[in-house]
Design a protein around this ligand. Structure first.
Ligand SMILES: NC(=O)c1ccc[n+]([C@@H]2O[C@H](COP(=O)([O-])OP(=O)(O)OC[C@H]3O[C@@H](n4cnc5c(N)ncnc54)[C@H](O)[C@@H]3O)[C@@H](O)[C@H]2O)c1
Ligand SMILES: [Zn+2]
Length: 277
């Protein structure tokens, strides 16, 4: 919120008007805050995303979700506002610290799990090349993730159903981020653990077989992401943080879980399967 105010301060002091264009150069935090500023100053100006992290290139710069965090919960304030364009140069990833680099893969893995078994299998074969930052492998993984996200968002921009499947692992993940204070756990690290909790739950419900559980655990380890929640986090902490999740509709917690062969998922409580195209 404080940073957002600084953006408005600068825009007003610089006499910018509705004909200006905002450029978000940086990671997902930059894209989210700049997009939100662009959506609201003065009543919406053009903006361009130039994402420089795996997270932002493979996920957050596409789809138009913008916003800022509130101390009581992540992503509680925001709007959907599309950029005029997104420019991605994977060379920028060369300077990204290891932990930040790995973090983005949680979303890439998620795309395979919810929508594209073939892409998931490609990742299994290429995860070592991806971790070694081979440019061709990175370009393909990011391009395919953007395509999957764009296909889904085109059908359901306002998240009345289908788009929710992109939240696999996020309800549990946001609980970790909120309970640990932003910054302790990176978004992708929390999503990685959240995804494995969702996978475990899907298995306990009898919706997926053990091979999916094993493959999900293995690929998340290969991507150098954590597989277990913070040691000090109790079930009560999960419950109270999850109660605030914006997907709580009429007091019912709705979750994205896997069901059937890899690449298929459901959004619980939506009165039926949220099938994938
Ligand atoms: N809008 C969406 O749809 C969406 C989707 C996923 C995630 N998000 C949000 O994105 C945020 C996470 O994004 P992130 O992982 O990019 O984190 P981030 O924006 O915090 O960037 C990570 C760090 O890397 C630095 N950095 C950026 N580019 C670099 C580069 N090329 N070389 C070296 N350092 C670089 C940044 O300064 C920062 O310190 C979370 O707040 C999450 O909620 C939004
Ligand atoms: Zn995410």
């Amino acid at each position: 919120m404080d940073t957002l105010m600084k953006v408005y301060d600068k825009a007003i002091e610089s006499h910018l008007d509705r004909h200006c264009t905002f450029v978000a150069l940086g990671g997902g935090v930059m894209g989210d805050i700049c997009g939100y500023a662009a959506a609201s100053f003065p009543h919406g100006v053009n903006f361009i995303q130039i994402p420089t992290t795996v997270m932002a290139q493979a996920d957050s710069s596409v789809g138009g979700k913008t916003g800022v965090n509130h101390r009581l919960g992540k992503n509680l304030i925001g709007t959907i506002y599309q950029p005029q364009s997104v420019l991605i140069d994977t060379d920028t990833l060369n300077t990204l610290p290891e932990r930040e680099f790995a973090s983005g893969f949680a979303e890439i893995i998620k795309c395979g799990l919810v929508a594209d078994a073939e892409f998931f299998a490609w990742q299994e074969r290429n995860m070592d090349a991806l971790m070694a930052r081979y440019p061709d492998a990175l370009a393909y993984a990011i391009k395919r993730s953007c395509e999957i996200k764009a296909e889904i968002v085109c059908q359901d921009e306002m998240e009345s159903g289908l788009r929710a499947i992109l939240n696999l692992g996020h309800t549990f993940g946001h609980a970790i981020e909120t309970s640990c204070g932003y910054g302790e756990w990176l978004h992708g690290e929390a999503v990685a653990v959240g995804t494995l909790i969702a996978v475990d739950m899907s298995y306990r419900l009898g919706w997926i077989d053990n091979s999916v559980v094993e493959r999900a655990n293995k690929i998340i380890k290969q991507a150098k992401l954590p597989t277990r929640p913070p040691a000090n986090m109790t079930a009560e902490m999960f419950k109270s943080a999850m109660a605030l999740d914006k997907k709580v509709a009429d007091g019912v917690l709705r979750l994205v879980l896997l069901k059937g062969p890899l690449g298929n998922c459901v959004f619980t409580g939506s009165g039926g399967h949220t099938g994938v195209p």
